[in-house]
Each structure stands twice: as C-alpha cells, then as structure tokens.
Design a binder for this molecule. Structure first.
Ligand code: NDP
Length: 328
C-alpha cells in the first residue's frame, strides 16, 4: 500500500476549489492508485464554507481520500505538502490600481512561500493558479530560497487547452489530433498561443490553417479573452475549466508528456528563447520522471517574436513592480 500524497489547496472554499477538490480526491490529479490527504487553507471567513465542502467530500466516500484537514494557518497547511495548489488570491476589484493588486497578493504569496520553504516535503511541487499567477509564483518562490526554484510554476494550461479547442473547431480536427501547441509568456491578455510548431494529425497546423488574418484577429484574441467571454455568458468566471487545467498541469508534470507531444507551463526561465532568466514565463515543455524540460531549438518567426517579446516585457514590468514593493 502506498503512502498517501499530501495535497494542499489554498482558497479551497472558492469556486475553483469546489470544482477541483472532488477530482483530486477521486484520483484524477495523481492517478487512480495514489491515495491522497487533503489540506485546505482558507482565510478565517472562508473556513466555514471549506468545512461544508469537506462534509461533501466525506459523503463521496472516495476510496483514495485518506483525510482532510482545514486550517487558516499556512504553516499547518503546507506541513509535509508534496503538491501545493495555490488557488486563493486577491481579486482585482473596481478602482484598484495594479500596484495595489500586486501588494495585496504579495501579502498572501510571500508568507505562503515562506511556509512552503519551512514546512513542505522535500519533493514539493507548487502550482500557482491565483492571479496574477506568474508574478504570484515569483513572489512565493523568492520567499522559499531552500526549495529548488523550478518547483514553482504558474498555470497556462487553461490557455493551452483553450487554444487546442479553438484550433480543433476551426479545422474540424479532433482535439486528440492536435499536438505541440505552445502558450508563451504571461497568463494575461498578452499571452501568445503559437500554432507555428503545432501539428494536426501530423501536419503543420499553421500551414493547414493558412490564414494569418484569422490567426492574428480571431484565434489569438479569442484564446486570450476567453475568460471574459465566459464571465459574460455564465455570469461567473470560469471555474470547472480552470480546475480541470490545474489537474492537467500537475498530472502531466508528475506522469509525463506523451511521446511526440509537449505542453505549456509557466516556469522560471533559464534564458531560453530570449526570456530573461528568472522570470516565470510560459514555455513549451516536456515532462518525464516528475521533471520538466524546455523544448529547445524551435525556430521563432517574426510574427511570434514580436508577440513573445511583448508578453515577456509585461512580466518584466510586473517583476520590477513587486521588487519595488520589496516583495522579492
Ligand atoms: P476562484 O476560485 O474563482 O478563483 C481563484 C483564483 O484563481 C483567482 O485569483 C482567479 O483570478 C484565478 N484564476 C486563474 N485562472 C482562472 C480562470 N481561468 N478562471 C477563473 N479564475 C482564474 O475565486 P473565488 O473568489 O471563488 O475563491 C477564492 C477563495 O480564495 C475564497 O474562498 C477566498 O476566501 C480564498 N482566499 C484564500 C486565501 C488563502 O488561502 N490564504 C487568500 C485569498 C483568498 P481572477 O480573479 O483574475 O479571475
């Protein structure tokens, strides 16, 4: 019998948390044979709702779920954590300046990074979902000097999945026929979904589409603004698809990418593709044995270069802003 894996989820009482926890407990995060213990972190006013969610988790009688602990103390929540999903964040509210948003999130992600540093398991893997995800991940990582930097990642898998779905709809291909799509840069409106290296049933996707106007004026903005379109239609932000992408991100990181494919993850740059070292930016990566590697040697054309640079520039500005606030 395997030792349970400790999975910590912050913002557990939120709507992404609600869509996420049941799938973790049913084995979709790590595998159908891996028992899990859940640690739910909430702010004090979220604790009661988290208890309600825990009651429902109990009522599912999930065979793999070996315990649930609920706390508002990060030191308890991250104790022995093998996987940490940082979902709770301070949302941008009307009239809030970007600096205020970054500062409020610094107040959340800096102490969480410190708690991960001091208490998490040696093999901890961290995924930041709460926005601004890339920069929140950078803040947490900076507060955890004893944890290898590459364990801090930010989610661009939802953007990746959205792009695959849009490309499938445009070409009539099956989602499962689309490989090697890349999201570059920031999880924000500047992100760049790149189909120049993507394949549809083994053929180059950009050549198959052969429509740069669609690419620039429809595909890229549709993927980048999908979150707003969901809010408009649903009257609430995307939650199940965001939770699904978080599951995909960790599952791929732990269990690997398929042969002949890659995925997109926000990870600390090693300087590849001209992205300044240390920025947490999205790259094409392959995963094997619980580790990821940036796909090297891709030819970046002018169309892609401009867009990658713009998104990376935004990341550099966010980093400079949080540095100015003393968060790094
Ligand atoms: P959600 O569960 O809907 O969202 C949580 C975070 O995920 C937000 O920052 C949101 O960013 C982000 N996010 C990333 N990608 C997406 C996406 N594609 N679609 C939607 N959201 C995305 O928020 P709720 O308000 O329902 O719940 C947040 C919970 O977190 C609350 O229960 C709150 O109490 C808790 N919280 C916990 C903290 C802690 O544990 N220390 C700290 C702060 C809050 P965006 O806002 O940009 O959509």
């Amino acid at each position: 019998t395997r030792t349970p894996v400790n999975v910590t989820v912050t913002g557990a009482a939120g709507q992404i948390g609600y869509a996420l926890l049941f799938r973790i407990a049913s084995g979709h995060l790590l595998g159908a044979d891996v028992p899990v213990k859940l640690r739910l972190l909430e702010i004090p006013q979220g604790l009661k709702a988290a208890e309600g969610t825990a009651m429902e988790l109990d009522d599912c009688a999930f065979p793999l779920l070996r315990g649930i602990e609920i706390t508002d103390d990060p030191n308890v929540a991250f104790d022995g954590a093998n996987v940490a999903l940082l979902v709770g964040a301070r949302p941008r509210t009307k009239g809030m300046e970007r600096g205020d948003l970054l500062e409020a999130n610094g107040g959340i992600f800096k102490p969480q990074g410190k708690a991960i540093n001091d208490h998490a398991a040696d093999d901890v893997k961290v995924l930041v979902v709460g926005n601004p995800a890339n920069t929140n991940a950078l803040i947490a990582q900076a507060a955890a000097p004893d944890v290898p930097a590459e364990r801090f990642t930010a989610m661009t898998r939802l953007d990746h999945n959205r792009a695959i779905s849009q490309l499938a709809a445009k070409t009539g291909a099956a989602v499962s026929d689309i490989k090697k799509l890349t999201i570059w840069g920031n999880h924000s409106a500047t992100q760049y979904p790149d189909i120049f290296h993507a394949e549809i049933a083994g053929k180059n996707a950009a050549e198959a589409v052969n429509d740069e106007v669609w690419l620039a004026d429809t595909f890229i903005p549709t993927v980048a603004k999908r979150g707003a379109a969901i809010i408009e239609a649903r009257g609430a932000s995307s939650a199940a698809s965001a939770a699904n992408a978080a599951i995909d991100h960790v599952h791929t990181w732990v269990n690997g990418t398929a042969e002949g494919d890659w995925t997109s993850m926000g990870i600390p740059s090693d300087g590849s593709y001209g992205v300044p070292e240390g920025l947490i930016s999205s790259f094409p990566v392959t995963c094997e044995g619980g580790a990821y590697k940036i796909v090297q040697g891709l030819d970046i054309n002018e169309f892609s270069r401009t867009r990658i640079d713009a998104s990376v520039q935004e990341l550099a500005e966010e980093r400079d802003a949080v540095r100015g606030l003393g968060l790094l």
